[in-house]
Design a protein around this ligand. Structure first.
Ligand SMILES: C[S@@+](CC[C@H](N)C(=O)[O-])C[C@H]1O[C@@H](n2cnc3c(N)ncnc32)[C@H](O)[C@@H]1O
Length: 427
């Protein structure tokens, strides 16, 4: 394995890339070094092994030919490689920051056996660099086109003999493989299929983007007796799972007086009867403020997670251009709640003291004031109990001893088990 300071390996010309667009190795190496510096500074790369892998694998060889180096080596940008008829992304080369972070979460060592769920080639090459010649990498994808492309790119980059790629719906496992020291899932998972736990070694790590009431966290899980406990958490979004593990959200449309729509997207716990919200966007809007403030340029992603777990009637929003909400973009966020005949959404305004912003809720409908108050109560609860502490997740497969679930944990039912969250008291 290369040392962090070692020069990148020379690379052959990328397949399919015309000679006038082949970046010089020096230029690509500069981008590689700059990316690693940035990922280290952001705390996404924390070990020499992941750093060495990022300095070695040529990202530009795994993205489509017309993608410039700036984009291939961007910290935050995924490169979409396949979409469905409606334009929804089905496959992508994941953003560098989340690849780095997931590799760190997986705590990989030389000689390990690793399963990657969701393929593409690049991440498998990074894993192969870390586990080395004595290790083993299996990369599965439900889409034969993705596997075909990944196989060609891995071959052309010299990793063909070190990664086994195969077409499989990961929901059903990987025939003839396992146990794995690490399973890295690179597609949004609504649940944990039992077969992943069967494939995971007793001391193994499962890293997956778990969707919880519409909000995703990439969680590193280890076994603790019959259940799993989180050992690391990262914020990220992923393309949705296809196949048997696919999960459909429930969508309700609110239409304003001009025929423009606000889409309310529920993960599972949608209200049975949405008719009380008919015509709600034609009502006067109300607002309630929380007194909870935050400085500019500070992440409050955990507020969304708090809502997903604790706010009754929680939903995600997508709005048409031309609606009142669209006109006020920048002062609200696409997280809302339905309460009786009211619909409220998270909003901000300049903080009264002039430093940062204050959170609140704007709302429509006969119960709008109540709906906004419900949102504000949860903003205040997050400020008190969630804001200053990192949550701990648990996963309890069906059949495990639920009596052991800690009394302070909140519970979310999944098809194959139960997810729990606890917010440790502020230190
Ligand atoms: C974000 S991409 C994977 C990115 C890749 N790991 C990389 O190198 O950056 C997610 C992939 O998951 C695949 N996928 C979706 N559902 C799947 C399933 N049930 N089993 C296996 N793969 C699946 C998609 O076809 C897609 O190619």
């Amino acid at each position: 394995m290369s040392e962090p300071s070692a020069a990148p390996r020379p690379v052959a010309a990328p397949i399919g890339r015309s000679t006038d667009t082949v970046p010089s190795p020096d230029r690509a190496a500069e981008f590689r070094a700059a990316l690693v510096n940035s990922l280290r500074a952001d705390g996404k790369i924390t070990t020499p092994a992941v750093e060495a892998a990022f300095l070695t694998v040529a990202r530009e060889r795994f993205v489509p030919d017309d993608v410039p180096l700036e984009q291939a080596y961007a910290v935050d940008d995924a490169v979409v490689t396949k979409r469905d008829q409606r334009g929804v992304a089905l496959s992508s080369v994941s953003a560098a920051y989340i690849q780095a972070r997931m590799l760190e979460q997986a705590d990989l060592r030389p000689g390990m056996t690793v399963l990657e769920v969701g393929s593409g080639g690049l991440n498998a090459a990074l894993i192969a660099e870390i586990v080395g010649d004595q290790g083993r990498v299996v990369s599965v994808d439900i889409d034969p086109d993705v596997i075909d492309r990944a196989a060609k790119l891995l071959d052309a980059s010299g990793y063909g003999s070190r990664v086994r790629v195969l077409v499989a719906d990961a929901e059903h496992g990987v025939p003839g493989e396992g146990p794995f020291d690490a399973i890295i899932v690179t597609v949004g998972a609504w649940d944990i299929p039992p077969v992943w736990l069967e494939l995971l070694a007793d001391t193994g790590v499962l890293v997956l983007p778990l969707i919880m009431n519409g909000v995703t966290r990439t969680i590193g899980f280890r076994r603790a007796g019959g259940h799993l406990v989180s050992t690391s958490i990262e914020v990220a979004g992923f393309v949705p799972m296809q196949g048997a593990g696919r999960h459909e959200e429930r969508v309700f449309l609110l239409t304003d007086p001009n025929g423009k729509q606000v889409k309310l997207r529920f993960d599972s716990a949608a209200p049975e009867d949405m008719s009380p919200l008919d015509g709600v966007l034609a009502t006067d809007r109300t607002e309630v403020w929380s007194g909870v403030t935050i400085p500019h340029r500070t992440s409050f992603a955990d507020l969304h997670l708090w809502f997903a777990w604790h706010l009754p009637g929680f939903c995600l929003l997508t709005v048409d251009d031309g609606t009142e909400l669209a006109d006020e973009r920048g002062t609200w966020f696409p997280f809302g709640a339905v309460h009786g005949a009211g619909f409220a959404y998270l909003a901000i305004r300049p903080a009264p003291e002039g430093v940062g912003v204050e959170f609140g809720a704007r709302a429509y409908g006969r119960d709008g004031q109540l709906a906004a108050t419900t949102v504000v109560e949860q903003i205040q609860a997050w400020d008190h109990d969630g804001r200053h502490t990192e949550p701990v997740f648990g996963y309890w497969p069906a059949g495990s001893d639920e009596n052991q679930i800690p009394a302070d944990a909140s519970v979310m039912n999944k098809a194959r088990g139960i997810v729990t969250i606890s917010w440790p008291p502020r230190a």
